[in-house]
Design a protein around this ligand. Structure first.
Ligand code: COA
Length: 384
């Protein structure tokens, strides 16, 4: 049975900052941020937004009443509760039936891939059902930190089913785990701790090791692929892994892989880091901005600090254009407002606490945190 991604939706907040303005405010050469890091804009989530509201926004674009959803998994490392899963809040917000399993999955930026692999197994056992897998995150390093330029926010929702119309999983996958201290966020902290350069090094090492293993296990080589998609917390990062192939392959092959890489990071450059959604935004970006071929076999590299890596192949389905609402996705990026660096700093420092209430008139989105009462987060759907 063919199993994979049948539909895919994307959401990012409606406010952003310009990376050149951020560089100037931090007294850094803008080329470092736009070329050295490779970013142009960075999404800024509003006070009423979190991993629940963004997950709802992305999923709302792709699900319908007729979908027989039996499983909802949210991959996130920016959860709102130590006990209750983000996925559970979605049952009300998205009018999902009660006869579903719902839970949250965490392993840094690997979470969504873990969710997809579980969803694949679920659909294999329950072919009449679909699974909703959502990556939803806010990447926070802190104002005036080295990681600040690699912040961002957003969600990618994917409906996994049999006979998928966008991407079929090939079941050719290699994975590995090592206990590494490259990035972590203790429960007491709202911002991440990162050994950024060490993280880059581990990421590249994981890719190299997995690529070797993949070729060996499945008797394939770079000639089998024109497109490799990467986890891209900032657009320069995937290129570091891709460049490890440069001296081993024909220059024309490297150029075509680089060209497809650039189309896959076009959207990430405009929003910044989605953490676990970053790889799947690269997929969307490649499908919309690249030159994907029917039945093209692509390679996806997923990496979650800590660290888990997985390299797997999948095949683009001939009907993908009918199930990917590229106009809606482009609109999500277009209908945004630039804010100043000081406005962003004020928003960043806001922290809704018990007693918090959102004024409905301030809400620009469909789903929002309405209030925090008795320390319980209560969400609402706005009928604009
Ligand atoms: N023009 C062009 N490029 C420039 C430049 C300029 N004026 N100044 C610096 N650069 C380049 C550097 O050469 C470097 O390129 P390289 O990575 O290809 O070597 C790049 O810009 C970054 O410069 P660097 O001095 O290494 O930046 P930094 O010390 O500020 O750290 C990160 C950058 C990415 C390590 C930091 O932002 C970070 O820690 N981010 C968090 C990343 C993370 O932890 N991710 C984990 C999830 S996978």
């Amino acid at each position: 049975m063919d199993i994979g991604i049948d539909k895919i939706g994307f959401y990012t907040p409606k406010k952003y900052i310009d990376i050149v303005e951020l560089a100037k405010a931090r007294k850094v050469d803008p080329d470092k941020f736009t070329i050295g890091i490779g970013q142009s804009k960075q999404a800024v989530p509003l006070e009423y937004q979190d991993s629940v509201t963004m997950a709802a926004e992305a999923a709302d674009q792709i699900i319908s009443k007729d979908d027989n959803i039996g499983l909802v998994i949210v991959g996130t490392e920016s959860s709102v509760d130590e006990s209750k899963a983000v996925a559970t809040f979605l049952v009300d917000l998205l009018d999902l039936p009660e006869n579903i399993r719902s839970f949250e999955i965490k392993e840094a930026c690997y979470g969504a891939t873990a969710g997809l692999k579980m969803a694949e197994g679920f659909v294999a056992l329950n072919p009449d059902k679909k699974a909703l897998v959502i990556a939803s995150d806010i990447a926070r390093y802190g104002i005036n930190t080295p990681g600040e330029v690699t912040q961002g926010a957003g969600a990618v929702a994917m409906l996994v089913s049999q006979d998928p119309k966008i991407l079929k999983f090939d079941h050719e996958e290699v994975y590995m785990t090592k206990n590494v201290g490259d990035f972590w966020r203790p429960t007491f902290s709202k911002t991440a701790f990162a050994r950024g350069k060490f993280s880059n090094q581990i990421y590249v090492e994981f890719f190299s090791e997995l690529w070797k293993k993949y070729q060996n296990d499945f008797n394939q080589s770079v000639d089998d692929f024109d497109t490799m998609l990467f986890h891209v917390p900032y657009t320069k990062m995937g290129m570091k892994a891709l460049k490890t192939l440069k001296d081993q392959i024909d220059p024309d092959k490297f150029d075509s892989l680089s060209k497809n890489y650039q189309s896959s990071v076009q959207m990430g450059r405009e929003v910044g880091n989605l953490y676990t959604g970053s790889l799947y935004l690269a997929l969307i970006s490649y499908l919309i901005n690249g030159d994907p071929k029917d039945n093209e076999k692509i390679l996806l590299f997923s990496y979650g600090s800590g660290a888990v890596g997985e390299l797997y192949s999948a095949t683009i389905q001939p009907e993908f254009k009918n199930n990917l609402d590229s106009e809606k996705i482009k609109k999500v990026l277009k209908n945004r407002e630039k804010i100043s660096i000081s406005e962003y700093e004020n928003i960043f420092n806001e922290s809704p606490a018990n007693g918090y209430i959102t004024r409905d008139t301030d809400v620009l989105d469909k789903f929002y945190l309405r209030e925090i009462k008795e320390s319980e987060r209560l969400y609402k759907k706005m009928d604009h």
